[in-house]
Ligand binder design. Structure first.
Ligand code: IPD
Ligand code: CA
Ligand code: CA
Length: 258
């Protein structure tokens, strides 16, 4: 595996996806529904197609897991995990909080993450063991010590009616314990903002692998901690994610108990 080539191609695919999202932003002609409130647009589909073309032409033998087209399994130890547009609801409402999120895994371990907001131009990247960067500059999580001084962020899954009690209980406890809770609408950016120290902690239930694959590595490489709500190591197929600056992790785990 040629790491430099993986990085170069991952970045090229991320920028290609972002270019397409920018072309469609504010100019959507139709918004379709995958579920009652789960939207998909021509921007999601076109960006995903273009990203896959870039990756596939460089690495035709790699597996690809992408939100809109599913798994293209190639019996390979190398896999790309793609969310072409994280924050579709924001995008459809012309709110500029959304991102392309691409991760690369080798033997099921995420080793590269790329998250780009096409509106702000912020590019968050990480490579396993090499730290996390914002637009090429090293970044780290906040040094906030206590939850009472923490700004938190969360999100609500599309199937929230089924689990609304657990969501609201945790939301209420976090509001009471912290300086505030935000809901931005892009899990990939939520994670990157924890990595950059803008938020001290993030939690959400029922996210999908493509929502968290790049962001979780970016948080860990920025010095943060990512687990499930009980403190077990997080993997991208889990239903619970808790990502913090490390210092407030135990306090947040206490707030997640149900
Ligand atoms: C969604 C966003 C949102 C989160 C949802 C995700 P999508 O991804 O990350 O913040 O709360 O659970 O599904 O559908 O916009 O790619
Ligand atoms: Ca997503
Ligand atoms: Ca998406």
């Amino acid at each position: 595996m040629n790491i430099a080539n993986i990085k170069k191609t991952g970045l090229a695919a991320t920028y290609k996806g972002a270019e397409i999202l920018r072309q469609y932003f504010g100019k959507l002609t139709g918004v379709m529904k995958k579920g009652a409130i789960d939207l998909v647009t021509e921007a999601d589909l076109e960006a995903e197609k273009a990203i896959i073309e870039v990756l596939h032409s460089a690495f035709p033998e790699h597996s690809i897991l992408a939100e809109e087209s599913g798994l293209n399994h190639k019996n390979s130890e190398n896999q790309w995990i793609i969310d072409p547009l994280d924050g579709t609801t924001n995008f459809a409402h012309e709110l500029g909080i959304f991102a392309v999120s691409i991760a690369f895994s080798y033997q099921n371990e995420i080793i590269h993450g790329f998250v780009l907001n096409p509106v702000s131009g912020e590019l968050f990247t990480a490579e396993k063991g090499q730290g996390a960067m914002l637009n090429g500059k090293s970044m780290s999580v906040s040094s906030t010590e206590k939850i009472s001084e923490a700004l938190l962020v969360t999100g609500f899954p599309y199937n929230h009616p089924e689990i609304i009690d657990t969501i609201m209980a945790r939301f209420g406890r976090c509001i009471s314990a912290s300086q505030g809770v935000r809901r931005l609408g892009s899990a990939a950016l939520d994670l990157c903002y924890v990595a950059r120290g803008r938020f001290d902690g993030f939690w959400e239930q029922n996210l999908k692998p493509w929502d968290t694959a790049a962001g979780m590595l970016i948080v860990e490489e920025a010095g943060g901690r990512v687990t499930d709500f009980s403190g077990n190591p997080y993997n991208i197929y889990q239903k619970e994610i808790l990502a913090t600056n490390m210092n407030i992790h135990q306090e947040m785990m206490n707030l997640m108990k149900y």
